[in-house]
Design a protein around this ligand. Structure first.
Ligand code: GLP
Length: 248
């Protein structure tokens, strides 16, 4: 795993954006696996900025997103589809039909999940998968469990994830209790993984994911088995790794 140690959130965002931009330049028809949450917002801002300057294009890019809340319509202000539109898609030249976010309103989740995986397989998997990480080590919405789930699936969100995401909703009760998430199979099938983290509240999850035991109790730890992971993190998110003596 290559680790970029950045001084703060802005430097982390710029580094992550430069890696994604590099992928679009070298491989204009690439498949990007995209993530939501506060972590990638800064990187998306840089990408929009560079697009507006004419430095990069998303015209040939295909995207698949990691997850979506069950029960939220695409235009709900906290849906991940809406997040992607307002943080990236509406501001760049990506072809709308080439963007996929799981359908939180699907009437047939099992069929939807199977189709999502079939679509990812039909693309030959993702070229570069962007990931944030939950405080409990979740990636996408693959929550700590006693086993890894390979396929796209419906997840019951943990209390700690509901607590963490309550800040985006009017009240904790408004946070959906379930999500559809890409499984560990599609994430591990990506040719490259770009894991991003910022802030001290991610230090434990990063430390366990990078050098703890590989266990479904910390889903991010599976990334130790992936041959091409780049971690971009700020000092605060790396603090426990540094304290554990890992050279970064
Ligand atoms: C969310 C998302 C994840 C994200 C994580 C961290 O619930 N499902 O994809 O990486 O939790 O979010 P944040 O970046 O806001 O800390």
């Amino acid at each position: 795993m290559r680790i970029f140690r950045e001084k703060d959130y802005d430097a982390m965002s710029r580094r992550a954006a430069s890696i994604i931009a590099g992928e679009t330049v070298h491989n204009p028809g690439c498949v990007l696996g995209l993530a939501t949450g506060s972590t990638p917002e800064g990187a998306y801002k840089y990408l929009v900025d560079w697009y507006k300057q004419g430095l990069i294009s998303f015209r040939g890019v295909l995207s698949v997103n990691l997850d979506e809340y069950v029960g939220l319509a695409p235009d709900h202000d906290q849906s991940y589809r809406r997040f992607m539109q307002s943080n990236l898609f509406d501001h760049v030249d990506i072809v709308p039909e080439n963007t996929r976010v799981p359908d939180g309103l699907t009437k047939d989740p099992a069929a939807f999940c199977a189709e999502y995986d079939a679509y990812i397989r039909s693309l030959g998997y993702v070229d570069m998968q962007l990931l944030g990480i939950g405080r409990n080590g979740h990636i996408g919405f693959n929550e700590p469990d006693d086993h890894f789930v390979k396929e796209t699936h419906v997840v019951d969100l943990t209390e700690s994830t509901i607590d963490a995401n309550a800040r985006f909703f009017a009240s904790r009760d408004d946070v959906p209790k379930q999500a559809i998430s890409m499984g560990i199979g599609a994430i591990m099938g990506a040719k490259k993984v770009l894991l991003c983290a910022s802030g001290e509240d991610k230090a434990d999850a990063i430390c366990k994911s990078v050098c703890g035991p590989i266990t479904p109790n910390c889903p991010g730890s599976i990334l130790q088995l992936h041959p091409n992971v780049v971690l971009v993190a700020d000092e605060a998110a790396l603090s426990k790794l540094i304290a554990a003596g890992v050279e970064v």
